[in-house]
Design a protein around this ligand. Structure first.
Ligand SMILES: *[C@@H]1O[C@H](CO)[C@@H](O)[C@H](O)[C@H]1NC(C)=O
Ligand SMILES: *[C@@H]1O[C@H](CO)[C@@H](O)[C@H](O)[C@H]1NC(C)=O
Ligand SMILES: *[C@@H]1O[C@H](CO)[C@@H](O)[C@H](O)[C@H]1NC(C)=O
Ligand SMILES: *[C@@H]1O[C@H](CO)[C@@H](O)[C@H](O)[C@H]1NC(C)=O
Ligand SMILES: *[C@@H]1O[C@H](CO)[C@@H](O)[C@H](O)[C@H]1NC(C)=O
Length: 302
């Protein structure tokens, strides 16, 4: 008896070493309309993250991380990969059949790149769930979304700690993204088979943003140079840069240097961590309507 109990415990230990918890609630979800579209986007984002960490595991050894100054990071990389398997699996089961892996391409050549881009990807993933939860009508979906948000936020904090960035990312409240904003930030990394259920959100053109004064952690007033593709995006004179932050979005004037798709903006007060920025002329208080997001990117403030 004693022996078989010990064996059972050992087996249980193996079985839970890499747990994938399937919520029984999901089986009843039967997602419709916008609920389906949001969860379909979410499974695409989780698949992107899973493939990201998997590529990282293939590309870099323990020694690579140690030499780059990220002692012991590979253990967390394995953990993140396992967490993303769990997230992807539960969302894929909820959204139903038909999903195949896309081709995932990332601007990563070094261990530093892996952490730095991963830090942005987890910021976007978390923001996508926060915005998604606001629009989901299906209660099990909202609950599972919330369960994933906390997990992604801790991944993000750990990455930020390894990178020497502000552990908390945002000041008091994390930043919600609309589905179109989240999709557009992920889109450059994605090339999905046409047989996959399509992501039915608006694609917003990219902008890149880089600080051209001060150093991390940046202070209000530091200058940011913003670039966009002027052959695809026209930003009229009334367009500003809105820093998506906390509960509020903070607009700042954009000074355009000509017609070459370049301008500057100064960091407003109250922005911290990795801020998602949008070129827009929208003046309302809520989320920026899809058609008024003219270009989107991010800047790492602290
Ligand atoms: C998709 O990619 C992930 C991560 O690389 C891998 O674990 C999984 O087996 C792949 N799925 C299929 C259906 O190829
Ligand atoms: C992994 O390495 C390949 C080949 O060098 C590269 O294309 C890819 O971006 C890298 N991905 C990650 C996440 O490290
Ligand atoms: C999500 O809800 C917000 C209001 O909180 C709304 O502005 C936005 O358009 C909604 N998104 C979708 C895709 O319906
Ligand atoms: C500028 O910012 C973009 C992201 O917006 C980043 O991909 C790029 O590496 C940055 N360039 C430099 C020179 O830091
Ligand atoms: C970022 O947060 C820290 C800590 O709350 C604060 O000292 C700093 O002023 C903030 N930065 C900006 C640009 O608001």
């Amino acid at each position: 008896m004693k022996t078989s109990a010990a064996i059972a415990l050992t087996l249980a230990g193996f079985a839970t070493a890499n747990p994938i918890v399937r919520s029984s609630k999901w089986k009843r979800a039967g997602l419709q309309g916008l609920d389906f579209e949001i969860i379909n986007l979410a499974r695409n984002l989780e698949s992107l993250e899973l493939n990201y960490w998997n590529q990282g595991l293939k590309n870099f050894t323990d020694e690579d991380f140690n030499n780059a100054g990220y002692q012991g990071f590979r253990t967390y990389l394995e953990l993140f990969r396992d967490q993303e398997i769990a997230h992807f699996t539960v969302l894929n089961e909820a959204a139903g059949e038909g999903f195949e892996n896309c081709t995932y391409t990332f601007p990563v050549n070094t261990p530093y790149d892996l952490l730095a881009v991963g830090q942005v990807i987890t910021t976007v993933g978390e923001g996508a769930f926060i915005g998604g939860v606001a629009n989901l009508t299906d209660s099990p979906s909202r609950q599972t979304g919330a369960e994933i948000i906390g997990n992604e936020a801790r991944q993000n904090s750990l990455l930020r700690q390894f990178l020497g960035l502000d552990y908390f990312n945002a000041v008091n409240f994390d930043t919600p993204l609309t589905a179109s904003q989240a999709y557009s930030l992920a889109k450059p990394f994605l090339n999905c088979p046409s047989s996959n259920p399509p992501i039915k959100f608006h694609s917003i053109p990219p902008l890149t943003a880089n600080f051209t004064s001060g150093s991390t952690p940046h202070n209000a007033g530091d200058e940011i140079t913003v670039n966009w593709d002027s052959s695809k995006v026209y930003l009229g004179q009334d367009v500003h840069i809105t820093f998506l932050a906390d509960m509020y979005s903070i607009p700042a004037p954009l000074t355009q240097s000509g017609n070459d798709g370049q301008g500057t903006v100064n960091l407003p007060k109250g922005i911290n961590g990795t801020s998602i920025i949008v070129a827009t002329n929208f003046n309302g208080g809520g989320p920026i309507p899809d058609e008024q997001n003219f270009a989107i990117g991010y800047v790492v403030v602290a």
